[in-house]
Design a protein around this ligand. Structure first.
Ligand code: GAL
Length: 957
C-alpha cells in the first residue's frame, strides 16, 4: 500500500511545541529601538483550510482583495467566522494531538518600513499572543511557529529583515492546534493575533534578560536588591542611592519603603550596559510561608480577590489599555486586593498596573485540559511524557516574562488540568528558577507539588472545618488554605459572601479567596430594530455550547457594576465598624500592612432619612490589624425612626482610590419607628352594582379581589410564590427550578373558598394550588380600612407535605403604568436578598421603576428592595399609591410580570406593559451559589411554613 495522505502540517500535531522560538526572557521597557506592528493588516479567513491560498507569504503576493483587519484582534469579533462558547467540553473530538479537518485558517499580512540604520544589527520579532498557532514568514522567509496562545514568542528576524526597505510579515493562524488541547479554559473560543506584535533591535552587548530580586526584611526595615543581568551591567536608582552601581552584587538598602498591595511603593531602576538600558519599577517585598501561613513582609495577608479573564464585549480578548486601567481602578474602589489571572498570563500591561495600583497576583499558566474529564482523563496531556516539553515551555515563558513584578506572589501551574508528572515538573522548574515565590495549583488535591492548599467552591461549612484543622491529611493541614474560586457570581448572586469573609477573619490559615469571576463575557449585539443586548453561548449557532454559563461576573459585559460588586465592596471593606451595644463603636483596621492614617470617621443621625445631626468621630490612628473602641456622641431622639450611620473615608487620593472613598460603613438604630396603626373604623358596604366597598377600596365578590382604591385601579393583591428563577435556582446538580416547575409553582390557580364580613373586616379565604396535584396554600386575607387607607393582613398556611422551599412568599398587585417613580424608606440603594445585604443601609431613596431593574444578561428575578418601611409609587403629577409595611415588606416593582421575566432569554425580550407589577413579600429564597457551589445557608432557605404579611395601601391624590 502506498500512503498518499498529505495530512495537516506536522507542527499542528507536534504536542504543542513552538518551532524556532528564542529562549524566553523578561518583558521590560528598554531603549532598544522598537517598532510596533499593530495597525490595519490584510486578512483572509479560510473556514475550509484546504482553500487557504498557497504562497500567500511571498512578499509580492497580491492581497489587494483581502479584508482589512485591525491587529491585535480576535477575528470573529470583526465579522469573520463566529465566536463559540464551551465550558468543559472541547469543541473538537478528544483525539490528541490531532484536530479535525474543519480547522479554519486566518491568513494575515502587513507591510512596514524598517529604518536603514537597523542594518547589520540583530532584530527579534515578538508576538505577545496568538490564538492558537501562528506560522510566521518575514519577507518570504519562514521564522517559525507559535503555540501557547497567551504567552509571548520571539523569533530571530535578523537574516530575513530588510532595513531601509518595505518588509512583509505574513502569519498563518490556525484556529486549532495541538496546543488547543492545553487551552480548554471556560471562555469563548476566539482565534486571532490578539496581543501586540513588535520588532525590536537587540544591540550587541545589550540586556538580553534581567531578573530583579528585591526582598524586604521586616525586622530591620532593610531592602535587598540583587539583579541578575548580563556581565558588566550597572544599576541606577537615585531614590535608592544607587548610581552606576554594579548589578552583580547584592545591595542592602536601609529604610526602604516596602511594596504591598496596600501601599504599592515602587522605585525606578535602570539596568544598563554600554549599548542598552532597561527600565524597571522595583517593589521590595518578601513572600514566605511561615508556620503554615502565607506572609508578605512578615505579615499574614488575606486575599480579597477576583478571578479576572481578559474580555471585551466588542473586541473579544483584546482589551484596550485605558479599559484595563479603568477596570483595575474599579476593582480597587471595591476593595478587591487580589487578582487571579484566570486562567492564563494576562497582557503584560496588567502586571505593570497591578504593581502600580497594588494587587496581590496569582499569575496562572496558560494550561487547562478540563475536557479530558469527559473521557475519564484518559490521555491527559498533563501526565503524558509527549506533552512534557510543551507544559514546561509554557511555565518557563510565564515565569521568565513576569518574574520582575512585585505583584506576583504565587505562580499557578494552570487550571483544571487533572494531575500528573508534567505539572510536577513545572512546579520543580519554577521553584528552582524562582525560589522567591510559592506554587499554586488547585488540581493537586493531595498537595504533592504545591505550596498552598487551594480549593474551589468549598461550602462555608467545609471552609470552617478546614479552618479548625479538621481536614484529614497532615500534608494539607500544614499549608495555608485559599479558595482560588468561590462565590460563583452568575446572574443574581452570589449569596453568602459575608459568611465566607467571617471565616477568613476567624481562622488564620483560611487566607481568603477569589470570587468567580470578575466579568460577564457577553458579546454585544443588536436586534433588527437596533436594541442592544449581550449574547452568550448558543447565540452564534454553535452546535455544542454551554449557554449563559459564561455570564458569571461581578460586572456586566460593558463593565458596569452589578449589585454583587457593591455587596463585595461592603464585605471586603478594609475598615470594619461594629456597634458594641453599649454606646460604643468598635473600629478594626483590616489592612495587613497599613495603618489608618488619613482616614476620617464621619457620623450622621437621620430621622426617617432626614439628617438631624452630624459630626466627626475621634478615632486614634490604628496600626495594621489593630482595633479599638470609641464612645458614640450624645444623640438626638426625634419622634421618628432614627438611624446613626458611621462612614470611614479616605482624606487624600491614594493609588486607585480617590479621596472620599468609603472604606467602611455601619449603622445602628437609635430609635425604632413609632407603631403605624393598621387602618380601622370603616365598615363594609354592599353596593347596588354588587361590588363591596370598604373605606376607599372597592372589591368584586366573585374572586374576592380588590379592584380600586379611590380613583386608582389597583388589581388585587393576591398570593404569589413564584419568581423568575435565578441562575442559582436553574443550574447545578439538583436545581430547585426543576422541582418548582414539576410541582407547578409557576402556574398556580386561585379558588375563593369564602368571602365574609367579620365585624369591620372583610375576610376572604382562597386556596392557591397548581394543576395536577393536591398541595396547596390557604390564604386568609383580613381587610380593614379607615377613610383613606386600606389595611391587609394575609395569613398563609401550606396544606399537604411540602418538600421544596418556596421561591418567594408574598402578595402581588398591579397599578397603572403611569406610576413610574418610586420613593421608599428602607433598605437601599441597591437590590438585596437574604444572603446578600451587606451593601444596604436604611435610608430614604428614590428611583424610577425602570431604574429598579437590574439588567442581568440572562433575565431573572432582580431588583428586590429589602426592609421597606414605606414606599410611594407616583405618577408625574404626584398622585399615586403609598404602601406602608407593618412593620416592613420586601418590595419590587417592574413593568412586566415574573412570568414574562421567566420567559425572557435576553434583556431585549422584556417589553414594558401597561401596568406596574408590585411584589410585597415576607421573604424570598436566598441566593446562594448553587449554579456552581453551595446553595443558600439553611437559615436562608424559604421553607414552606405558615407566614403572615401585613401592609396598608393609601391612594395619594
Ligand atoms: C471552575 C473553572 C472556571 C469556571 C467555573 C464555573 O471550575 O475553573 O474556569 O468554569 O468553574 O464558572
Amino acid at each position: 500500500m502506498t500512503t498518499l495522505m498529505a495530512g495537516t502540517p506536522a507542527y499542528l500535531t507536534d504536542f504543542g511545541r513552538c518551532v524556532g522560538a528564542l529562549p524566553p526572557r523578561a518583558a521590560v521597557r528598554t531603549d532598544a529601538p522598537t517598532l510596533e506592528l499593530t495597525g490595519t493588516w490584510r486578512f483572509l479567513l479560510s473556514p475550509d483550510p484546504t482553500r487557504a491560498p498557497d504562497g500567500f507569504w511571498a512578499p509580492d503576493f497580491d492581497d489587494a482583495h483581502w479584508a482589512q483587519l485591525p491587529v491585535p484582534s480576535s477575528w470573529p469579533m470583526h465579522g469573520h467566522g463566529a465566536p463559540a462558547y464551551t465550558n468543559i467540553r472541547y469543541p473538537f473530538p478528544v483525539d490528541p494531538p490531532y484536530l479535525p479537518a474543519e480547522n479554519p485558517i486566518g491568513d494575515h499580512r502587513v507591510t512596514f518600513g524598517v529604518p536603514a540604520q537597523w542594518a547589520g544589527q540583530r532584530a527579534v520579532l515578538r508576538f505577545d499572543g496568538v490564538d492558537s498557532c501562528g506560522r510566521v514568514w518575514l519577507n518570504g522567509v519562514e521564522l517559525g511557529v507559535t503555540q501557547g496562545s497567551r504567552l509571548p514568542v520571539e523569533f530571530d528576524a535578523t537574516a530575513a529583515l530588510r532595513p531601509g526597505e518595505h518588509n512583509v510579515l505574513a502569519v498563518r493562524v490556525h484556529q486549532w492546534s495541538a496546543g488547543s488541547y492545553l487551552e480548554d479554559q471556560d471562555m469563548w473560543w476566539l482565534p486571532g493575533i490578539f496581543r501586540p506584535v513588535t520588532l525590536q533591535l537587540r544591540p550587541a552587548g545589550g540586556i538580553a534578560d534581567v531578573f530583579v530580586h528585591a526582598g524586604f526584611d521586616h525586622r530591620t526595615g532593610t531592602g535587598t536588591l540583587r539583579v541578575q543581568a548580563p556581565p558588566g551591567a550597572r544599576l541606577t536608582a537615585p531614590e535608592l542611592g544607587l548610581r552606576d552601581a554594579p548589578a552583580d552584587s547584592p545591595h542592602a538598602i536601609p529604610g526602604v519603603r516596602p511594596w504591598s498591595a496596600e501601599s504599592p511603593a515602587l522605585y525606578d531602576l535602570a539596568v544598563s550596559t554600554a549599548t542598552e538600558t532597561a527600565r524597571l519599577r522595583v517593589g521590595f517585598r518578601t513572600v514566605a510561608i511561615v508556620d503554615g501561613l502565607l506572609t508578605v513582609n512578615g505579615r499574614r495577608i488575606q486575599l480579597r480577590g477576583v478571578n479576572r479573564h481578559e474580555f471585551h464585549p466588542d473586541l473579544g480578548r483584546v482589551v484596550p489599555a485605558e479599559v484595563v486601567r479603568a477596570e483595575l481602578e474599579l476593582m480597587k474602589r471595591h476593595h478587591v486586593n487580589a487578582i487571579r489571572t484566570s486562567h492564563y498570563p494576562p497582557h503584560p500591561q496588567v502586571l505593570e498596573l497591578a504593581d502600580e495600583l497594588g494587587f496581590w497576583l496569582i499569575d496562572e499558566c496558560d494550561l487547562e485540559t478540563h475536557g479530558f474529564s469527559e473521557v475519564g482523563w484518559r490521555g491527559n496531556p498533563a501526565d503524558d511524557p509527549r506533552w512534557r516539553d510543551a507544559c514546561l515551555d509554557r511555565m518557563r515563558r510565564m515565569v521568565e516574562r513576569d518574574k520582575n513584578h512585585p505583584c506576583v506572589i504565587l505562580w499557578s501551574l494552570g487550571n483544571e488540568a487533572g494531575t500528573g508528572a508534567n505539572l510536577a515538573a513545572m512546579a520543580d522548574w519554577a521553584r528552582s528558577r524562582d525560589p522567591g515565590r510559592p506554587i499554586h495549583y488547585e488540581g493537586d488535591g493531595d498537595c504533592r507539588y504545591v505550596d498552598v492548599y487551594s480549593r474551589m467552591y468549598a461550602s462555608p461549612e467545609e471552609v470552617e472545618a478546614i479552618g479548625r484543622g479538621e481536614n484529614p491529611d497532615q500534608a494539607r493541614r500544614a499549608l495555608p488554605f485559599i479558595l482560588c474560586e468561590y462565590a460563583h457570581a452568575m446572574g443574581n448572586g452570589p449569596g453568602r459572601l459575608a459568611e465566607y469573609e467571617r471565616l477568613f477573619d476567624t481562622y488564620p490559615r483560611c487566607q481568603g479567596g477569589f470570587v468567580w469571576e470578575w466579568i460577564d463575557h457577553g458579546i454585544r449585539r443588536r436586534t433588527a430594530d437596533g436594541r442592544e443586548y449581550f449574547a452568550y453561548g448558543g447565540d452564534f449557532g454553535e452546535s455544542l455550547h454551554d449557554g449563559n454559563f459564561v455570564i458569571d461576573g461581578l460586572v456586566f459585559p460593558d463593565r458596569t457594576p452589578s449589585p454583587a460588586l457593591a455587596e463585595l465592596a461592603a464585605v471586603y471593606a478594609p475598615v470594619r465598624l461594629e456597634f458594641t451595644g453599649d454606646g460604643r463603636l468598635r473600629v478594626s483596621n483590616r489592612y495587613a500592612l497599613r495603618d489608618l492614617a488619613g482616614v476620617r470617621f464621619d457620623w450622621q443621625c437621620a430621622a426617617e432619612g432626614e439628617p438631624v445631626a452630624h459630626g466627626v468621630l475621634a478615632v486614634p490612628e490604628l496600626a495594621a490589624g489593630a482595633a479599638t473602641t470609641v464612645p458614640l456622641p450624645p444623640l438626638p431622639e426625634p419622634p421618628a425612626e432614627t438611624w446613626f450611620t458611621v462612614t470611614a473615608t479616605t482624606v487624600a487620593d491614594g493609588p486607585g482610590l480617590p479621596a472620599g472613598s468609603v472604606l467602611g460603613l455601619a449603622q445602628t438604630q437609635v430609635r425604632p419607628a413609632p407603631p403605624a396603626p393598621r387602618p380601622a373604623g370603616a365598615r363594609v358596604r354592599r353596593e347596588a352594582d354588587g361590588l363591596l366597598r370598604l373605606g376607599p377600596a372597592v372589591f368584586e365578590p366573585r374572586y374576592g379581589r380588590l379592584v380600586r382604591l379611590g380613583e386608582l385601579e389597583v388589581a388585587g393583591p393576591r398570593l404569589d410564590v413564584w419568581r423568575a428563577p435565578i441562575d442559582n435556582d436553574r443550574l447545578g446538580p439538583d436545581p430547585l427550578e426543576r422541582r418548582w416547575r414539576a410541582l407547578g409553582l409557576d402556574r398556580m390557580t386561585h379558588r375563593l373558598r369564602e368571602l365574609a364580613i367579620d365585624g369591620d373586616e372583610l375576610v376572604s379565604v382562597t386556596r392557591v394550588a397548581p394543576a395536577g396535584g393536591d398541595l396547596a396554600l390557604l390564604v386568609t386575607c383580613r381587610w380593614s380600612a379607615d377613610a383613606d387607607s386600606l389595611g391587609l393582613t394575609a395569613t398563609v398556611v401550606p396544606l399537604g407535605e411540602w418538600s421544596v422551599p418556596l421561591p418567594r412568599a408574598g402578595m402581588r398587585l398591579s397599578v397603572p403604568g403611569r406610576l413610574g417613580e418610586v420613593e421608599w424608606f428602607g433598605g437601599g440603594p441597591g437590590e438585596a436578598y437574604a444572603d446578600s445585604r451587606a451593601a444596604v443601609r436604611i435610608d430614604r431613596f428614590a428611583a424610577s421603576v425602570d431604574e429598579l431593574q437590574t439588567p442581568y444578561v440572562y433575565p431573572q428575578e432582580n431588583g428586590n428592595r429589602t426592609a421597606v418601611r414605606w414606599a410611594r409609587l407616583r405618577a408625574p403629577d404626584g398622585s399615586g399609591l403609598r404602601i406602608t409595611g407593618h412593620p416592613t415588606v420586601e418590595f419590587s416593582a417592574r413593568r412586566w410580570s415574573s412570568e414574562q421575566l421567566d420567559r425572557a432569554r435576553h434583556t431585549t425580550d422584556l417589553v414594558a406593559g401597561e401596568r406596574v407589577v408590585v411584589n410585597l413579600d415576607v421573604a424570598q429564597q436566598g441566593l446562594g451559589s448553587a449554579a456552581c457551589g453551595p446553595g443558600p445557608a439553611p437559615g436562608d432557605v424559604l421553607a414552606a411554613r405558615p407566614f403572615t404579611l401585613s401592609f396598608s395601601l393609601r391612594m395619594e391624590p
